[in-house]
Design a protein around this ligand. Structure first.
Ligand code: QAP
Ligand code: CO
Length: 171
């Protein structure tokens, strides 16, 4: 298990549509374990492979601030097979530090995918767990929470990131 570097906006890798995993082999299992280690090291509740620079369809989640603790979830090729209801949640993202935006999501989802053992699984999620699954699956399509913000909010964040990058470049 190794903590990998988290890529942050506006890194191009975050915009690439991730490739399906053909088989959960040793390399994919290593990626899964590293994603978990990286998520825990950053106190995140979810992480997708593109966030560590790997364009593969792998996500990990550990949602713990709900009323109930959800188990650590690791999925390759996750797909939403059913979505219903509506929930509005103020989301953040480890790839957009300091950025938060309210987003409308399904409040209930059924997701299928392949677990760390290579077994096809289907799970149902509600509330924050459902939001987190939709957020991580968006990453696999190159979609970021900043896309859901108003143009003015987007421009403001983008400008502050550029300013910070310029400042860091001067050091
Ligand atoms: C995705 O997000 C998510 O800005 C996971 O300074 C978000 O773990 C799922 C984080 C909302 C469901 C609801 C963000 C940590 C962590 C920050 C995260 C920050 C420090 C975000
Ligand atoms: Co994210």
């Amino acid at each position: 298990m190794a903590v990998r570097e988290i890529r942050t906006y506006p890194d191009d890798v975050l915009r690439v549509k991730a490739e399906p995993v053909e088989a959960v082999d040793a390399e994919v299992r290593q990626l899964m374990d590293d994603l978990v280690a990286t998520m825990h090291a950053s106190a995140g509740i979810g992480l997708a492979a593109p966030q560590v620079g790997v364009s593969k369809r792998v996500i990990v989640l550990h949602v713990k601030m709900d009323d109930l603790d959800h188990p650590l979830t690791v999925l390759a090729n996750p797909e939403i097979v059913e979505g219903s209801g509506e929930i509005e949640f103020e989301e953040g993202c480890l790839s957009l530090p300091g950025f938060n935006v309210w987003i409308d999501r399904f409040s209930h989802v059924k997701v299928k995918g392949t677990d760390r053992e290579g077994t096809e699984v289907e799970l149902e999620a509600d509330g924050l767990f459902a939001v987190a699954l939709q957020h991580e699956i968006d990453h696999l399509e190159g979609k970021l929470i900043i896309d859901s913000a108003s143009p003015i909010k987007r421009a403001f964040y983008s400008k502050s990131v550029k300013k910070q990058m310029a400042k860091a470049g001067q050091l």
